[in-house]
Design a protein around this ligand. Sequence first.
Ligand SMILES: Cc1ncc(COP(=O)(O)O)c(C=O)c1O
Length: 499
Amino acid sequence: MADWHTTVTPPALARLLATARLPEPATARRPAYRTLAGQIRLLVTEGRLPVGARLPAERELATALELSRTTVATAYETLRGDGYLLSRRGAGSWTALPEGAPPPGDALRPVPPDEQGRILDLGVAALPAPQPWTGQAAARAVELLPQYAAGHGHYPTGVPVLREAVARRYTERGLPTAPDQILITTGAMGGLHLVQRVLVGRGDRVAVEAPSYAHTLQALRITGARLVPVPYEYAPQPRWDLEEWQRVLRGAAPKMAYVIPDFHNPTGTLIDEEQRRELLAAARAAGSIVLADETTAELGWGVPESTPLPRPMAALDRSAQVITVGSAGKLLWGGLRIGWVRAAPALVRRLAGERVYGDSGTPVLDQLIAAELLGEPLPDVRAHQLDRLRATAHAFAAALPEHLPDWSFPAPPGGLALWVSTGGLSGAALARAGEHAGIRIAAGNRFGADGAFEHHIRIPLTVPAPAVPAAVERLAALAARAATGGRLGAADEAQPLAI
Ligand SMILES: Cc1ncc(COP(=O)(O)O)c(C=O)c1O
């Protein structure tokens, strides 16, 4: 169980319960205790009630919900029997996931080359290199290489032209930045891991959005951090639940808060400036570092060009508590393995000093290619990549409701993926079956700090739009088999999927 427990007050739980919709026909036939147990189970599996959350005492909840105490006691008893609640006499009751629930954290691996003909890869959310610009940039970089080849080629902070190009891009986005605030890393992942390795100790708490980017969660687990998930609010639009963030920051005083404010992976959510400011204020009061992951910040394919975007978190920060990580991997190409950290110059130097014991530096030629792409071709490259994401998003938005009417997803303003609720089907079971049926899927529980989001999958927008009908057909066939094999009751019977 987590070492820090958020306490859910009776009114907060009542509010959440009002949003937990169970399948209609079953609700009508269910006794009140089963409805309540089912709703709490749904909130836990959907990550809206974190695992390890302390629930109200039976009597208090009964009063808040205007139910009898016996109803609440029987609901809690049912949840305990199913493994969704742990209780200690005199101490209280905490939400849990049953033993045998699919474990989170197994990394998303790309389909190996010899399987690419057979398997449609919806596991990895990354675009191909934009052409012809990448080829042209590579040719220019090769022409420049002799200037660099005459030296030793080691640049622990990055090649100056790329540090300048990244700093210029921040300045253009409304955050004046000097090159000595930029450390070039091997992908955003290299930056995230370096920051975590240097600033987060074994046993330190790190607050994370729930859901969050799967690989960062796993990197944090490997570092020995204790994850404290903070659920999103979904109505009317997905956004941070700031009350919960404030409670977690005040109560758990995490060393770090890791957030993806711009076109979040996997939900695509864009956080407005007011929420950014409020989270920063709460983190400042708690003494927590904010690690803002801007890997997806330039992927606003659903935002009109004329609409100003919220400023980067670091632009709203007066106390240098924000460390930003970015990447060329999503806007340009993941194969370059170019990322960066934006921080105070002293921290950049410290991180550079540490990274020499890791990857030592990032390949020079790739940095030169990225610097070329971030220069003159950038507006065209960006338009090309956003057009592609938008076309695929529209294709999925048309095909999914037609073929999978029970599935739903918030329409995101940008980002790499759709965060799809599978109408009660196990995302992990769909992913397992998909491997045999020729489609790789990222199960939702990979994006939960604690194995939540069992009834979600992430669908990347990085496949070409013409591939969408085939992808949706395969998904619909999988879902049909899952449903006949025994639908995982969203809240009713927790039976395994026979597929
Ligand atoms: C939010 C987020 N952070 C980090 C990464 C990793 O980026 P990179 O490929 O640059 O290591 C990704 C990749 O999808 C991402 O979506």
